[in-house]
Design a protein around this ligand. Structure first.
Ligand code: FCB
Length: 475
């Protein structure tokens, strides 16, 4: 076996080695990013199919029509999961495969695919970690108002129950939403993701209805759940530091933290929205459309929190022209680089901020076990003639971020697992196929899969941690 673990520094390796034997090691994907087969077995368009048809909404005008062709290659792809040493696989279910019209009876052919996927995983001793919503809202529901409409929350709960009833005998870990911040902000406020709307007030309505949908679905599933079933939600979070100590910068950081973290976790964990953010919204003519009883539903008990981390940011409340209010009338939030190296996404590589974020979450939202449900990096891979990629940058990112997780655990944060993003190179939303996050390379011409150096590093790290713990004297 290639000894790849020396890609980590001694210090990083020593930290990673403190992770426990029962630490969960997984890899993650999402339906629209890998499946393809968008018009098969009764699937109808989601907001992403529609958005990809908008000229230049996506780099290179790419779309998810074929993607990694995973819908047709599923058993072979599942076989790659244990090859990477992973014991768990995080995937999402495509709502328009289950309910092509966003409501009504289950589509047998659609659920059949996920039944086979789960069976395949279990046959290989891999734990399925299911996400119900990773952004592919049925287009018909968007046409009816989308997430800014309250009805979508009830539709989501109905859809969740259809999936739950069919898979609850085999799936123990259920995640309602992936990154509601992206759905609300990128989908409805800045329009860079589907459905591409630009309306701040609609975005804030979406925030509340996403959370309400999460709460309604969690309540209903839990009532019908076999013992040991666990429910959670996955949030993307960054750290938000003020660029300087000025009041304007501190204000920008407070607001970004409020809209990025507290607006989700405060209602989920504490049953209330942050008062400073409610005031900010009112000042902008927006509001969270809360009705009686909603916050009780949203704060239904959770078994775990999924954390997706990629980078931290530093913010200024003053733009380059010295203004604190931007042209669109919203308060300025300008990102000021720390000056660290970046990935191909332009995201600064800040593992220390990962530790900071995790310890803060443990402190402000105690009692909630954390799983890292995504972390990873895009780099401009250069394959050799066999398709192998010596992706030193991605490997180093993985090593430093695993060490950051171990560091946060040592500082007392209850972190139970880590899912690498991603199993495969895939359709990276608005960036199309140009950005590659896989531990496994996909040649989109031939659909050939080739494990990268980072994939071997991941595998060897998992083995090393497990072996060490089993026979500490070998240390
Ligand atoms: C996250 C998404 C995931 C992937 C990574 C890079 O925001 O959840 O689907 O695209 O970013």
């Amino acid at each position: 076996m290639t000894e790849t673990t020396d890609a980590a520094t001694r210090e990083q390796q020593a930290l990673i080695d403190t992770l426990p034997t029962d630490f969960r090691w997984g890899v993650a994907t999402a339906a629209y990013q890998i499946e393809g087969a968008v018009a098969e077995d009764g699937r109808t368009p989601s907001i992403w199919d529609t958005f990809c048809r908008v000229p230049w909404a996506i780099d290179n005008n790419d779309n998810g029509d074929v993607a990694c062709d995973h819908y047709h290659r599923m058993p072979a792809d599942v076989a790659l999961v244990p090859e990477l040493g992973a014991d768990s696989y995080r995937f999402s279910v495509a709502w328009p495969r289950i309910q092509p019209h966003g409501r009504g009876a289950i589509n047998e052919a659609g659920i059949g695919f996920y039944e086979r996927l789960v069976d395949e995983l279990l046959a290989r001793d891999v734990t399925p970690w299911l996400t119900l919503y990773h952004w592919d809202l049925p287009q018909e529901l968007e046409d009816a108002g989308g997430w800014p409409s309250r009805d979508t929350a009830y539709r989501f709960a109905d859809y969740s129950m259809l999936v739950f009833d069919r898979l609850k005998d085999r799936v123990r870990h259920w995640t309602t939403l992936n990154e509601p911040w992206c759905s609300a902000m990128h989908g409805y406020v800045n329009g860079v993701m589907a459905p591409g709307r630009r309306d701040f007030a609609a975005g804030m309505q979406a925030v509340h209805h996403l959370l309400l949908g999460h709460g309604l679905a969690t309540q209903r599933m839990r009532e019908a759940a076999p013992p040991e079933t666990q429910f959670g939600i996955t949030l993307n979070m960054s750290t938000n530091d003020p660029a300087t100590d000025s009041e304007a910068d501190r204000e920008a950081a407070r607001n970004a933290d409020g809209l990025g973290i507290r607006i989700y976790l405060d209602p989920l964990v504490h049953g209330r929205y942050p008062a400073d953010i409610e005031a900010d919204l009112a000042a902008r003519g927006a509001e969270l459309p809360v009705q009686d009883g909603d916050l009780q539903v949203i704060s239904a008990p959770l078994d775990f929190l999924g954390v997706n981390y990629y980078f931290g940011v530093q913010l200024s409340g003053v733009d380059e022209q010295g203004r604190t209010i931007g042209q669109d009338g919203s308060p300025v939030q300008r990102e000021v680089p720390f000056g660290e190296p970046t990935t191909a996404m332009g995201w600064e590589i800040l593992p220390g901020k990962f530790t900071e974020l995790l310890t803060r979450l443990g402190r402000d939202y105690p009692g909630l076990p954390i799983y890292i449900t995504e972390n990873g990096s895009a780099f401009d891979d250069q394959p050799d003639e066999t398709g192998y990629v010596a992706d030193g940058g991605r490997t180093a990112y993985l090593a430093s971020h695993l060490a950051a997780v171990a560091q946060a655990r040592r500082q007392g944060t209850d972190i139970r697992g880590y899912f690498a993003w991603s199993l495969l190179d895939n359709f990276e939303w608005a960036y199309g196929y140009a950005k590659r996050f896989g531990l496994i390379r996909v040649d989109y011409e031939t659909q050939q899969r080739t494990i990268k150096q980072s994939g071997y590093f991941f595998r060897d790290t998992v083995r090393r941690v497990r072996d060490r713990q089993r026979s500490p004297d070998r240390g």
